[in-house]
Design a protein around this ligand. Structure first.
Ligand code: SAM
Length: 286
């Protein structure tokens, strides 16, 4: 396990992923019934953008750094888009006084937005990162922490007692059979928790993985799925992360219309060349 998210925190892919996660949590809060979020690849929860790792890559400058000025003030999108961005911005503001020094990962975003009756499962396999999670959230009675392979965690943690919620699948794609692993995990997960909202993140790197994973996920028998993609520049075989996407199975109602408002503006702000593009579509339609 070489991957450490601290090098990539706050990049354009994190921005897309965390905005989508924050929107889903807001939808889950629309009814009084409690929900649970199962974060299968949790990372460490909070990242220091001036820390050694983030400073080495400076990826955050082309991500969250394009949505805030140097004093930490939001560089606003349209009022309509800002309304939808508010929960994500709120999670960032809660960690920062002047400037953007800390960036919330998926655990921290969900933890901040959830209500007293909601619950959060954080799973992380890396021993050091799992220990950081325990130090950060170990005393929080709304949070449970496990250090398991995600494939084991999904089996032991679904269905959640609340019978409603979000399952976040955000692996580092370090292993060559990651897509197959995801499909096996989701097939089992959907059998146990058919009405759960499943969010699967994937990279766009120019090697065709984005097409392979969306094709594979299309074969899963779920009634509904959304494909959300933000490409910030031309994809090249050796060019690193040129974009990212998310598949949302059983998406909340109207998530697609919200993203249709947000994505063009995010693309405008985060795009690096004329190949930048963004779209949301149903999974079946491609
Ligand atoms: N979800 C986090 C966020 O948005 O803030 C970032 C997660 S990062 C992309 C992926 C994480 O998965 C890493 O922290 C890595 O250590 C962990 N990981 C890698 N393989 C895993 C596995 N088989 N099971 C669980 N976690 C794993």
């Amino acid at each position: 396990m070489n991957y450490r998210h601290a090098y990539h925190a706050g990049n354009h892919a994190d921005v897309l992923k965390h905005i989508v996660v924050a929107r889903i949590v807001e939808h889950l809060k629309k009814t009084e019934k409690p929900f649970r979020c199962v974060d299968l690849h949790a990372g460490i929860g909070i990242y220091e953008l001036h820390g050694v790792e983030a400073q080495k890559t400076l990826e955050w400058r082309e991500g969250v750094g394009r949505l805030y000025d140097s004093a930490g003030n939001p560089v606003p999108l349209s009022p309509e888009a800002e309304l939808l961005l508010a929960p994500w911005r709120q999670a960032i503001a809660a960690l920062n006084m002047d400037g953007i020094a800390s960036y919330p990962g998926s655990p921290e975003i969900v933890r901040q937005l959830m209500r007293r009756e909601d619950r959060l499962n954080l799973n992380e396999l890396h021993p050091i990162d799992a220990e950081t999670l325990r130090e950060r959230y170990g005393r929080d009675r709304q949070v449970s922490i496990t250090q398991l392979d995600a494939a084991i965690a999904i089996k032991s943690q679904l269905p959640p007692p609340e019978r409603r919620g979000l399952v976040l699948v955000d692996p580092p794609y370090e292993v060559t059979d990651e897509i197959e692993r995801i499909i096996v995990m989701l097939s089992g997960g959907l059998k146990r928790f058919a009405n759960g909202i499943y969010c699967i993140w994937y990279p766009v790197t120019g090697d065709g993985l984005d097409a392979r994973i969306t094709d594979a996920l299309r074969t899963m028998s779920v009634p509904e799925g959304l494909r959300i993609e933000l490409r910030v520049r031309r994809a090249r075989m050796d060019g690193g992360l040129s974009g990212s996407g998310m598949i949302v199975l059983n998406p909340p109602w109207h998530l697609d219309t919200e993203l249709a408002i947000l994505l063009p503006e995010l693309c405008e702000r985060l795009g690096q060349d004329e190949f930048a593009s963004a779209h949301v579509s149903t999974l079946a339609a491609g």
